[in-house]
Design a protein around this ligand. Structure first.
Ligand code: HEM
Length: 513
């Protein structure tokens, strides 16, 4: 018995010693820690606390270490964070072989364990999004608007002269899913309720799977993923919807070849055209489309923030209505140019992402080799580094009155840029989906890997918002106070049960309807 006890103590002591040596020699130890102690064990407790007070901790790091690097405890790793323009620019400038955006995304999303290996190694659907879907947006816009109108009609049931209380998140998830899938897979699948449930569910299911796998030790991840992978299950269900459509399209393509006159103009077809030269199966194609649904449907949080802001300040609606009506009238209908001319609406979108955003951190990059940043911080290979995006967006040294939500600030700034002739007199850098990103505005990231879906998001969000603004009056219920955002770990979310009251306008309506 005594022998067993001695052996157990010896093993425990060896374990503690190994852990202590690893901690003492960890190169990340040199980076200052915020949010708690970096001592083994205590850092885990600090990581648990971060689940609730992440915002305060990131702000503390941003304040204490300006233009420098700090680290935060997470349950499975250290999160290294840079602040200041120079370091943000450094993350942008370092090549793919030094600081990689796709590799960081793959690691954080546990991609290797969740997605089909073919998708992890060949992300051609991102190129299809950039090169095909984005270019075809002007042609697709009328379909998107048509779907928005039909979806709003189906989901916001309201009677003349009556205010109807709408729970914003589930309703907007459905409207965004329908509008996005009109461009992704076309009719009738974009209205199939079972498919829409999968498209909407992919966000929560992917995040749940990611969280579970991130908490499992590396050597167990593959095994756990075999039993717990909600993305795989969703893909299998989605295949049942995709198979007949894909087989039919492949049959027609084989018959007609280049002479296919009314070839579908949607993301699925752009992927199918490309998939011919890959080893894609119906399952991998379905998973690629579901992956892009994840990206499209998380924009619900942005619409929710905007609607609750408009409902809190209904005085914003009149100038927006004038602008939307004038832009549509000037272009003779809903066109991409009409949307681009809606500067106040664009400003509302840009300000919403600046002020609320989707996360406390941005621009994740993985160190592909040992490297030293310009502030002297050494990052060993494998480190994931981020920017303190939310704190930067709320820094009044970077943007005047940054802690105030000012819906039309960017419209005014653009007008001033045009007057002064800066930015070639266009103010284009101050647009929501600016082509040239800036180190002061990071919701879409910055540089070559900035979000390739931002132009699509711009069109869908503007179509939804413009239509709702023309069709309804809005206000908040209860005490008229907008519910506070929810901060969980590094995520920023609108209050889960956010509600807005809608009432159809008497003399209003949509000129494009
Ligand atoms: C409010 C809307 C959106 C926000 C705030 C947003 C934000 C972002 C951010 C921060 C990144 C990482 C950029 C970086 O690391 O520098 C990203 C990447 C990406 N986004 Fe978006 N996004 C939005 C909408 C969309 C939509 C609608 C789509 C698809 C239709 C999309 C597709 C993607 C893809 C595919 C990537 C990965 C790009 C790559 O691997 O190079 N996003 N997005």
């Amino acid at each position: 018995m005594d022998d067993y006890k001695s052996l157990a103590f010896a093993l425990l002591a060896a374990g503690i010693a190994t852990y202590a040596v690893r901690w003492y020699t960890d190169p990340l130890r040199a980076i200052p820690t915020v949010g708690g102690s970096s001592l083994p064990g205590l850092s885990w407790l600090a990581a648990l606390r971060m689940l609730r007070n992440g915002k305060a901790v990131v702000e503390e790091g941003y304040r204490k270490y300006p233009e420098r690097t700090f680290k935060l405890p997470a349950l499975d790793r250290w999160l290294v964070v840079v602040s200041g323009r120079e370091l943000v620019e450094e993350l942008r400038k370092r090549g793919e072989e030094e600081l990689s955006a796709p590799e960081s995304l793959k690691e954080i999303s546990q991609a290797k364990y969740i997605f089909d290996p073919l998708i992890v190694t060949d992300q051609y659907h991102v190129k299809v999004l950039q090169e095909k879907l984005t270019r075809r947006l002007p042609e697709l816009l009328l379909d998107i608007v048509d779907e928005v109108m039909a979806a709003v009609q189906d989901h916001i049931v309201s009677r003349e002269d009556e205010w109807t209380s709408v729970e914003v998140i589930p309703v907007m998830q459905n409207i965004i899913a329908r509008a996005s899938n009109r461009a992704f897979v076309g009719l009738p699948l974009c209205r199939n309720e079972e498919y829409l449930r999968l498209a909407v569910g992919i966000v929560v299911d992917t995040v749940k799977t990611m969280i579970v796998l991130s908490l499992v030790p590396r050597f167990l991840k593959s095994t756990v993923a075999r039993f717990y992978n909600k993305v795989q299950r969703n893909t299998e269900l989605a295949v049942q919807h995709f198979r007949p459509i894909i087989e039919e399209r492949q049959r027609i393509a084989a018959q007609r070849g280049e002479r296919w006159d009314n070839k579908p103009n949607d993301l699925l077809q752009f992927i199918l055209d490309k998939a011919k030269s890959n080893n894609d199966t119906i399952s991998t194609i379905a998973q690629r489309v579901l992956g892009l649904n994840f990206a499209a449907i998380h924009t619900t949080s942005t619409v929710t923030h905007m609607l609750t802001r408009l409902a809190e300040h209904p005085e914003l609606l009149a100038p927006l209505r004038d602008e939307i009506e004038e832009s549509i009238a000037a272009e003779g209908g809903w066109t991409s140019v009409a949307l681009a001319n809606m500067w106040m609406l664009d400003s509302l979108l840009r300000e919403t992402l600046r002020f609320h955003g989707i996360g406390l951190l941005g621009m994740g990059r993985k160190a592909m080799k040992d490297l030293t940043l310009c502030d002297g911080t050494f990052l060993p290979r494998g480190t994931i580094v981020h920017t303190a995006a939310h704190a930067l967006h709320h820094d009044s040294a970077v943007l005047e009155r940054a802690d105030t939500f000012d819906a039309f600030r960017y419209a005014r700034m653009r007008a001033a840029a045009v007057r002064s002739g800066s930015d070639q007199g266009t103010g284009a850098k101050l647009q929501f989906a600016a082509t040239t990103t800036s180190p002061e505005y990071l919701p879409f990231g910055h540089g070559a890997h900035a979000c390739p879906g931002r132009y699509f998001a711009d069109n869908v969000l503007k179509a939804v918002l413009a239509h709702l603004i023309l069709k309804y009056d809005m206000k908040l219920g209860g005490d008229g106070v907008r519910p506070a955002d929810v901060f969980i770990a590094m995520g920023v979310l609108p209050a889960p049960q956010s509600r807005v009251l809608f009432r159809p306008r008497k003399c209003g309506g949509d000129p494009g309807q």
